[in-house]
Design a protein around this ligand. Structure first.
Ligand code: HEM
Length: 298
């Protein structure tokens, strides 16, 4: 049979006439009353049901860009759970400077007092898996994303001002030590096991943070009563090119509050979602939490 697409038999579905391939398969035709499917780049897709083939019986051709895009998207529909900070909860809000910081930075969001920049803040525990309880004794993440006129700007933070390690090559070891024991899969969301203490005993620079972890800071009353620390030292540059080293510190206007261990155990049992429920409920009733940013030059 001639390889002439125009001469192939057609099939009618409603008012639309589809052409058939040599195997009798229906070929979609974009346009008319049929909404046009497009690729992710917006190119109309003529046929979403047949892969481009070399000849009537194949093989399938990798040059069928739409086929590869469809499979690629399918393969990525499930995002694997994060290793750290898997359990988090966030809210939208805004950042508003009390005064212009143009003396130390040319970043647009700090130029004008009273001008609001949209932000998204994500609070998290570090070690626990997705379904772990909120009141676990753990460091809390405090990640802020600014949607500035100059682009999106992220500042990760924790609710503790220092960090376990200085060198990123130690991070996988630290987290393997903090997560559940590999041979039994528990304890989850907490570091009360030998692996962790073995690592800590061999890592002197982590000891200051361990002391913070054993304090009330790691069983906060809720996200609304937590401080946030950028930890890293950032470099601000003003319009004249002058540098200033700066640290970020978020102070809750609600005050800083924690629970005691006995309360944490009961809350975890009664309501493992206590922190996220608290933030949700507060926002629903219009009791919006606020933090003041302290940018200290160092
Ligand atoms: C060597 C040091 C560090 C390494 C290698 C590291 C690595 C990572 C990795 C791999 C993730 C997961 C990203 C994902 O799966 O999406 C993450 C998330 C996070 N890290 Fe770190 N981290 C380090 C230090 C810190 C420090 C010092 C802070 C606090 C300032 C911090 C705060 C966070 C937060 C808040 C998240 C979660 C962000 C979110 O909510 O989306 N990390 N980190």
């Amino acid at each position: 049979m001639a390889n002439d697409f125009e001469k192939r038999p057609t099939a009618k579905f409603g008012d639309v006439e589809f052409q058939r391939g040599q195997g009798g398969e229906v070929h979609q035709v974009a346009g008319g009353d049929v909404p046009t499917l497009t690729t992710q780049q917006g190119v109309p897709v003529a046929d979403d049901q047949n892969t481009l083939k070399a000849g009537a019986r194949g093989p399938s051709l990798l040059e069928d860009q739409h086929f590869r895009e469809k499979i690629f998207k399918f393969d990525h529909e499930r995002i694997p759970e994060r290793v750290v900070h898997a359990r988090g909860f966030g809210a939208h809000g805004y950042f508003e400077p009390y005064e212009s910081l143009s003396d130390i930075t040319s970043a647009d969001l700090f130029q004008r007092a009273g001008e609001q920049t949209p932000v998204f803040v994500r609070f998290s525990t570090v070690a626990g898996n997705m379904g772990s309880p909120d009141l676990a004794r753990d460091v809390r993440g405090f990640a802020v994303k600014f949607y500035t006129k100059e682009g999106n700007w992220d500042i990760v933070g924790n609710n503790i001002p220092i960090f376990f390690i200085q060198d990123a090559i130690k991070f996988p070891d630290l987290i393997h030590a903090a997560k559940q024991e590999p041979d039994r899969g528990f304890p989850q969301a907490q570091t009360a096991h030998d692996n962790f203490w073995d690592y800590m005993s061999l890592t002197p620079e982590a000891m200051a943070m361990v002391m913070w972890i054993m304090s009330d800071r790691t069983i906060p009353r809720s996200f609304r009563f937590m401080e946030g620390f950028g930890i890293h030292t950032f470099r601000f540059i003003n319009a004249e090119g002058k540098s200033t080293f700066v640290k970020f510190h978020w102070k809750p206007k609600q005050g800083m509050q924690s629970v005691v261990w006995n309360e944490a155990l009961k809350i975890n049992g009664a309501d493992p979602d206590f922190h996220r429920r608290d933030l949700w409920d507060a926002i629903q009733r219009g009791d919006y939490p606020e933090w003041e940013a302290r940018l200290s030059a160092v």
